[in-house]
Design a protein around this ligand. Structure first.
Ligand SMILES: [Zn+2]
Ligand SMILES: [Zn+2]
Length: 214
């Protein structure tokens, strides 16, 4: 399976699987322009601007009107209010499974400060299974056994490290959003533990959406 990471961090997220399936579009248009000839479907996770750059999405659909967007109901109003045609949008419900051409897609719940989906994706042709999730405080409610590919958030190293930094900031009387980051994002140790429980011997994985600086 061919995959491309256009961007992966709190500065911007955009991933392309199998050349034609994009997940999130939180980047400037010129970054994705070279790939647009192939892209057919864009899965959106949530409304934060590092995942959804509405200007880029509009421009993409303007240049490639056949591209479809799939997302949770919670994003539809924002898209339509920004001039995106309803006919371009597949509205997805949590935990339901959809047959979308080359792909079978099932949204799963991410634990975040706004509604957010992770995605179970199956490439129908060869039954290749992909699990993709970012911006979640927990994974323990999700099972995705023996997938071929996992792209899972590993935002910061460990809870202990995070606690230390929070205490330090408080001692100095500094405002810190680390507590919020801790509740809304996965630490790498927990992600790796979850992967150990779910991945099979031949599974591949990458940790995405890693924390950059403060
Ligand atoms: Zn994010
Ligand atoms: Zn977010």
């Amino acid at each position: 399976m061919k995959y491309q990471i256009i961007s992966s961090s709190s500065k911007g997220n955009c991933y392309i699987y199998n050349q034609d399936l994009m997940v999130d579009i939180g980047v400037a248009f010129n970054k994705i322009k070279p790939y647009l000839n192939n892209v057919k479907l864009i899965l959106l996770t949530h409304r934060h601007s590092d995942h959804l750059n509405i200007k880029t999405l509009k421009k993409t659909l303007y240049e490639s009107p056949n591209v479809k967007v799939a997302c949770g109901r919670f994003l539809v109003k924002q898209l339509v209010d920004n001039g995106i045609e309803k006919s371009s949008i597949y509205v997805l419900e949590l935990d339901k499974t959809y047959d979308l051409g080359k792909y079978i897609i099932t949204p799963v719940m991410a634990i975040h400060d706004v509604p957010n989906f992770g995605y179970k994706i199956i490439i129908k042709k060869d039954n290749y299974k992909i699990f993709h999730i970012t911006d979640t405080g927990s994974l323990s409610h999700i099972e995705a056994k023996d997938y071929n590919w996992y792209s899972v958030e590993g935002n910061y190293e460990s809870n202990e490290e995070m606690e230390r930094r929070i205490v330090e900031a408080k001692k100095k009387g500094e405002y810190t959003y680390l507590q919020r980051a801790k509740e809304n994002h996965m630490c790498q140790i927990d992600t790796l533990n979850w992967l150990d429980k779910n991945k099979g011997v031949d599974s591949k994985y990458i940790l995405i959406h890693q924390h950059e600086g403060d």
